[in-house]
Design a protein around this ligand. Structure first.
Ligand SMILES: *Cc1c(COP(=O)(O)O)cnc(C)c1O
Length: 445
């Protein structure tokens, strides 16, 4: 078998040499269906052999445009050279010790970097884990331990993961929760700010949420409020200005830990290192993962020293948590975001997407809204002349885009949102070509 090497040196082109999926991908998919649990579904049935810059190459030799970054993970690009070098060096030194048995410098360096980069100049601590869900669970553990309270408030359209606690915190039933209960207790859901659908100002939406919290939960029972600054799986819902600051202010006044889940929004994606910065919100705790380590599994909880330090020694950790390999990758990844000024690149990508769909929306009233920040952009599709969600159109667009060689993700509680999360390493030309494929799919459906 010839090995195709990934990274930015891969030809940056869309090239179809078979239909999608091609014969080799189909052969792998047949084996997948026989060997892998059916619950592990796939969005696009291809067998990937290499990826880099803005493309992914499949086993049949097709080169696909990547508009998803493996769900906002490979912001620096797949197999980014600095990440590959750091990982190779680390695996040659040591692969594992378990940080809580015999610690190592890479973990401490990642913690120092996160403490420096996250919002606020107060004293901070970090703890590292493997996945976003694990970071969220630990943020809740820490908030409960610190406040000696138990209730947790989450929001409509929120997504926090697939473990038992985080499933219960996630809003959408299918596919995340259906039949997987019972869920952990003491999780309460309140309305979010969804300007396209509720028409409320940030202050008014916050009043609705906070009134419900006070009447139905009570600040005296509430350990934490957790929210994504832009809701990801729920539909790239950016709250109206003032919503997040109002929640934060109330939490601070009521001895409630305010947690921002920046697992999807973090690390340059929204045109700032963290989405919290767009409104100057300083959370007590922040969870990060996806974009943190160029594709290696790593997540973190970062926050106020007095809250983070409240849990006893041995109370936090995990066998693989903060793996030395993932930490080496994270240091190289974060360095790349900074050195290559990828926050600026994310804003440029966002401007291209805004302009492109802004034009299309003038002549197509099925485009309900184009929204998001930086390179975290979405188009919400509706039935012509209404606000009724158009999931059928959205699914048809994603399907046709895939067949035409564009990896495109959907999201939204109503399944009617196409989301754009291209690698920040994508070229303008490739991005525009990918967007045109989406526009052609829209025109054809
Ligand atoms: C993806 C995601 C999670 C879960 O992360 P995993 O690594 O899949 O466990 C949690 N919160 C948000 C906002 C996410 O987007």
């Amino acid at each position: 078998m010839t090995q195709v090497v990934g990274g930015p040196s891969l030809p940056q082109e869309r090239k179809l040499v078979t239909s999608i999926p091609g014969p080799k991908s189909q052969e792998m998919l047949a084996r997948k269906n026989a060997a892998v649990a059916a619950g592990v579904g796939v969005a696009l049935p291809v067998s990937i052999v290499a990826a880099g810059g803005g493309v992914m190459v499949d086993a049949d030799g097709n080169s696909l445009i990547d508009l998803g970054s493996g769900i906002a993970v490979t912001g620096v690009g797949n197999s980014a050279p600095a990440v590959v070098e750091a990982v190779v060096n680390q695996v040659q030194q040591f692969t594992h010790t378990c940080f809580t048995v015999t610690p190592y410098d890479g973990y401490v360096k990642v913690a120092e970097k996160l403490n420096e980069l996250t919002p606020g100049t107060h004293e901070k601590r970090s703890a590292l884990f493997n996945s976003g869900a694990e970071a969220v669970e630990n943020a809740i553990k820490i908030a409960r331990h610190y406040t000696k309270k138990t209730a947790v408030v989450v929001f409509d359209h929120g997504y926090h993961g697939r473990t038992n606690l985080t499933m219960g915190m996630t809003a959408k039933n299918m596919p995340y929760k259906d039949g997987f209960g019972p869920f952990a207790p003491e999780v309460y859901r309140v309305p979010t700010s969804y300007p396209f659908r509720d028409g409320l100002s940030g202050a008014d939406a916050a009043k609705v949420a906070l009134t419900q919290i006070e009447k139905q939960v009570g600040a005296a029972n509430l350990a934490a409020i957790i929210i994504e600054p832009i809701q990801g799986e729920g539909g790239f819902i950016a709250p109206a200005a003032g919503f997040l600051p109002a929640l934060q202010e109330w939490a601070t006044a009521n001895n409630v830990v305010f947690i921002l889940d920046e697992v999807q929004t973090g690390f340059a994606r929204t045109g700032d290192m963290f989405a919290a910065n767009h409104e100057g919100v300083v959370p007590d705790l922040m969870t990060t993962a996806k974009g943190i380590a160029g594709g290696l599994p790593l997540s973190a909880v970062t926050g106020r020293a007095e809250i983070m330090d409240s849990a006893h020694a041995g109370g936090l950790g995990g066998t693989y948590a903060g793996s030395p390999i993932a930490c080496a990758a994270a240091l190289a990844t974060i360095d790349t975001y900074e050195k290559e000024n990828l926050t600026e690149r994310a804003r440029q990508i966002g401007a291209i997407i805004d302009e492109f769909f802004g034009e299309l929306a003038k002549n197509d009233d099925r485009i309900g809204e184009v929204r998001g920040r930086g390179a975290m952009k979405a188009v919400e599709f509706v039935v012509s002349g209404s606000q009724e969600p158009n999931a059928a159109l959205t699914g048809a667009i994603a399907k046709q885009a895939g067949e035409q060689g564009v990896v495109l993700l959907t999201c939204g509680t109503y399944g009617n949102v196409v989301r754009f999360l291209p690698p920040l390493a994508i070229s303008d030309e490739l991005l525009r070509e990918g967007l045109q494929v989406v526009a052609d799919a829209l025109a054809a459906n």
